[in-house]
Design a binder for this molecule. Structure first.
Ligand code: SF4
Length: 488
C-alpha cells in the first residue's frame, strides 16, 4: 500500500523511492513548529460540530461506511488501486461532496498538483463525486489577539495563488486539467525493489533547493573531492561537464562556460594563487567606516506556523536568545548572552538597548536576512525602545558580505561560507567541541525548555544554548580579525 508521499518520491527519482522504502526512516524534526492540531482549528473555521473522524490505521471500509450517515468527514482514509489517502474534509452537498484540502502554509500554489490530483483520482475511482474544491490555508494578515481566533486564522479559497500571492486559477480547473491515470504508475512502483534499484543519475533534483538525503550514498566519491575541485565552483551549471572533460580544479575552469559571478572569480583566483584570494582594496574600504566599540550580535529564534502569542502573525518568528561580544579598540572583548523561555520579547528589547553600546559598529553574519529583521520586529512592537533599536540597525554591517561578494575566498571553504565552515579554518575553538553544533539543533533543544519538558535536563540545555549562541558571536570576532589582517 502506498501513500501520496511515496508517489511524490517516485516521481522525483525512482531510486530515491526505493531507498526510502527500504532504508531506516530518520526521526522527523520539523523546522516549523506546529503545536496545535491544525485540522481541529480548521474544523472550527468551517463551523463543523458533528463529523466523522478518521484515524491512522482505519480499514478503508470505515470511511466508505461513514459516507452513508455523516454530513461531514474529517481526516477520512480512503484506498483504491494500492494508494491510500487522507482527506482533510468532505462535506455532503446536493450534487455530491465538497472537498476541502488543508494547507499549513500561507499561499497554496498549483505547484504540488500531484498531491491534489492523486487525492481526487482515488475519490473518483471510488465513485465519490466532487462538486466543489477548496483549500483552507493560514491567513498571512491575521494578527493574534489574547485568544486564538480560528475564524481569522484561516482563509477558505477556491483559487490557487500565483508567484505574487494573488488568487489565480480555480482549484477545480487546475485539478481537472492535470488529472491523469496513475494505476500504471502504481503497478510500476510495486515492481521496484532493492534488487532492481535504478542506478544513481545526477539531476537538479539531487541537490537543488533541498539536497536529497541519499546524496552521499549515491555519489560517495564527492565526499572525498579535493577542496579545490571544480565541483566546488559556486553556481556553475557546467561543473560536472567540465569535470568529465578533465578540467579537475577551480583553476582549470573554462571561463567561457561559466556564469562569471564575483564569487566564481574569487574561487578561481584563490586556486590560481595557491589557495587564498583577498581583494585587499575592497576589504580595506569595507572596514573604513567602522568604529569601536564593535558589537558582534547573533540571535536564535523559533518559527511558529500558528501564532502562540498576542501580536504575532502566522509564521512569525519568536527570538529567544541573543549573544553579543563587544570588542574595544585595545582588543579586549566581553560577552553577554540573553536566553529566554516562552515570550520574553519585551525584556529582550530592553536588554539589547541596555547591553549594546550606543556608539560603534554592530556586526552580524547574514545581517540583512536575520539580525536586522529581528531588531526591526522588536522596534515595531515596542515603541519605547524603537529609536534605540533602530539605531542598532543603522550601525549594523554584514560580516557575510566579504564572502558573498567575492572579496575573500579560501579554497578550504569548498564553496561554503557559513560561520562554522570559516571558523573551522581558523585553528581556534571549534563548533565540534560543543554539545549543540548547529542552529536547528539549538531550536530543537530550546523546545524542551519552552515546553518545560522535564524528561530532559533543562539546566544543561540552557547552558549548552548559551555556549552555542556565544560561539556564534565569538566566531565573528575571530573571522573579523582574520579579514582585518588580510586587508592590512
Ligand atoms: S541523490 Fe539523486 S539519484 Fe540519488 S536518490 Fe537522491 S535524487 Fe535520486
Amino acid at each position: 500500500m502506498f501513500h501520496i508521499s511515496d508517489c511524490k518520491k517516485y516521481n522525483r527519482c525512482h531510486r530515491m523511492f526505493v531507498l526510502d522504502q527500504t532504508q531506516e526512516k530518520l526521526p522527523y524534526h520539523s523546522f516549523i513548529r506546529i503545536d496545535e492540531k491544525i485540522a481541529d482549528l480548521a474544523a472550527q473555521k468551517l463551523g463543523i460540530k458533528e463529523y466523522f473522524l478518521g484515524e491512522k490505521n482505519d480499514p478503508p471500509e470505515r470511511a466508505m461506511e461513514a459516507l452513508k450517515d455523516h454530513e461531514w468527514l474529517s481526516r477520512a482514509r480512503f484506498e483504491y488501486g494500492g494508494l491510500r489517502i487522507k482527506v482533510p474534509f468532505l462535506h455532503r452537498v446536493k450534487d455530491g461532496y465538497d472537498l476541502y484540502f488543508l494547507f499549513n502554509g500561507l499561499y497554496p500554489k498549483a505547484e504540488d498538483m500531484q498531491f491534489y490530483c492523486d487525492t481526487v483520482w482515488v475519490l473518483d475511482k471510488l465513485g465519490i463525486k466532487i462538486n466543489e474544491y477548496y483549500v483552507i490555508h493560514l491567513n498571512a494578515d491575521y494578527v493574534r489577539g489574547k485568544q486564538l481566533d480560528p475564524g481569522g486564522l484561516f482563509i477558505v479559497t477556491r483559487h490557487f495563488y500565483n508567484a505574487k500571492n494573488n488568487p489565480t486559477i480555480l482549484i477545480k480547473d487546475a485539478i481537472r486539467r492535470n488529472m491523469r491515470e496513475i494505476s500504471g504508475m502504481l503497478r510500476d512502483m510495486e515492481l521496484l525493489s532493492e534488487e532492481n534499484m535504478p542506478e544513481p543519475y545526477r539531476t537538479s533534483r539531487c541537490a537543488g533547493r533541498s539536497r536529497c538525503r541519499f546524496y552521499d550514498q549515491c555519489f560517495p566519491d564527492e565526499a572525498t573531492i579535493p577542496v579545490n575541485s571544480i565541483l566546488t565552483l559556486t553556481g556553475a551549471k557546467s561543473r560536472y561537464d567540465m569535470l568529465q572533460e578533465g578540467l579537475m580544479n577551480l583553476k582549470d575552469a573554462d571561463i567561457a562556460r561559466i556564469e562569471g559571478s564575483r564569487i566564481q572569480y574569487a574561487e578561481i583566483m584563490a586556486d590560481r594563487l595557491g589557495g587564498l584570494f583577498a581583494d585587499k582594496t575592497a576589504l580595506a574600504a569595507w572596514f573604513r567606516d567602522m568604529s569601536y566599540p564593535i558589537t558582534f550580535l547573533d540571535f536564535e529564534w523559533e518559527c511558529f506556523a500558528v501564532p502562540p502569542y498576542e501580536g504575532m502573525k502566522p509564521y512569525m518568528v519568536l527570538p529567544f536568545e541573543y549573544s553579543i561580544h563587544i570588542m574595544e579598540e585595545d582588543g579586549t572583548i566581553r560577552n553577554q548572552v540573553f536566553l529566554s523561555v516562552h515570550d520574553d520579547r519585551k525584556e529582550m528589547a530592553e536588554s539589547l538597548v541596555r547591553d549594546i553600546p550606543k556608539n560603534g559598529t554592530v556586526i552580524a553574519y547574514n545581517a540583512e536576512g536575520a539580525e536586522k529583521l529581528r531588531i526591526q520586529e522588536l522596534a515595531d512592537r515596542y515603541e519605547e525602545y524603537r529609536e534605540d533599536l533602530l539605531s542598532i540597525n543603522e550601525r549594523m554591517k554584514d560580516l557575510q558580505m566579504p564572502f558573498t561578494s567575492g572579496l575573500v575566498y579560501d579554497v578550504r571553504m569548498s564553496g561554503v561560507w557559513t560561520l562554522k565552515k570559516i571558523m573551522s579554518l581558523m585553528g581556534d575553538r571549534s563548533y565540534q567541541d560543543l554539545d549543540i553544533h548547529h542552529g536547528m539543533e539549538a531550536v530543537f533543544q530550546w523546545r524542551y525548555l519552552d515546553r518545560e519538558d522535564e524528561s530532559a535536563d533543562l539546566e544543561k540545555i540552557a547552558r549548552e544554548l548559551k555556549e552555542y549562541c556565544g560561539m556564534d558571536s565569538y566566531a565573528m570576532t575571530v573571522i573579523f580579525r582574520w579579514l582585518r589582517s588580510l586587508a592590512e
